[in-house]
Design a protein around this ligand. Structure first.
Ligand SMILES: N[C@@H](CCC(=O)N[C@@H](CS)C(=O)NCC(=O)O)C(=O)O
Length: 216
């Protein structure tokens, strides 16, 4: 039994995409952040970090969106022709690790600074500068991804078949939609965003979470 604690559009989105894409049955449990449910009991008892997402798999809990994505693929994607989850110790698996870590450890971390600049400061007056600086630092990261897609000539990060890294990138790309140069504005990354959005299960997840346009 899989249970995903989510809040619409947040870091729970990539695991949610993957569960849908892999046609798993799961229970979706809303954590209402507007009511600060993530910072209160009973959620804090389940996840003392007070962050979303949280996954229960057969009663075992885990946090960290990227780790949850990889775990779901280990469980459910190993024999899928339409979903790439490379075998251990292959060069494709190495690339999967590289992209998942780059996305979660580098790009996602900078996006967190962009969204919560005041958390870095005692003096909130500087928050706007920190936000702008995070946005500037995200530009070369998107350029790096855009150039990778251009050079590889493939629609997805690992090649011709979608993988966990693509759902993670799509989630982060949509978080940039309010920036001066969002993911959709790059030629190859923009095409990737459109292609991911065209996937029927992606749209189904947006509908389930009540997410409306602009989607990315
Ligand atoms: N590294 C964690 C970050 C989780 C995280 O920061 N989630 C955000 C939503 S995107 C959250 O719970 N924010 C609430 C808060 O920080 O108060 C992951 O990727 O799962």
């Amino acid at each position: 039994m899989i249970q995903l604690y989510y809040s619409p559009g947040t870091a729970s989105l990539a695991p949610h995409f993957i569960l849908e894409e892999l046609a798993q049955s799961y229970e979706l449990i809303l954590v209402d952040t507007a009511k600060q449910e993530h910072q209160q009991e009973p959620y804090l008892k389940l996840n003392p970090l007070g962050k979303i997402p949280l996954l229960f798999d057969d009663g075992e809990s885990m946090t960290e969106s990227a780790a949850i994505c990889l775990h779901l693929c280990d469980r459910f994607a190993t024999n899928s022709a339409n979903f790439m989850h490379p075998s251990l110790a292959t060069k494709e698996r190495a690339q999967l690790y590289k992209w998942m870590l780059f996305l979660s450890n580098t790009l996602q971390a900078e996006l967190v600074t962009y969204f919560y600049p005041e958390r870095l400061l005692a003096d909130p007056v500087l928050a706007e500068q920190i936000k702008q600086s995070a946005e500037r630092r995200i530009v070369p990261m998107f350029e790096y991804i855009d150039q990778h897609l251009a050079k590889s000539g493939t629609p997805y990060l690992l090649g011709d078949t979608v993988s966990a890294a693509d759902f993670f990138l799509f989630m982060l790309g949509r978080w940039s939609r309010g920036m001066q140069k969002p993911a959709r504005a790059y030629p190859h990354l923009g095409k990737f965003m459109q292609d991911m959005f065209a996937r029927p299960r992606v749209k189904a997840v947006f509908d389930q979470e009540g997410i409306q346009a602009p989607y990315f």
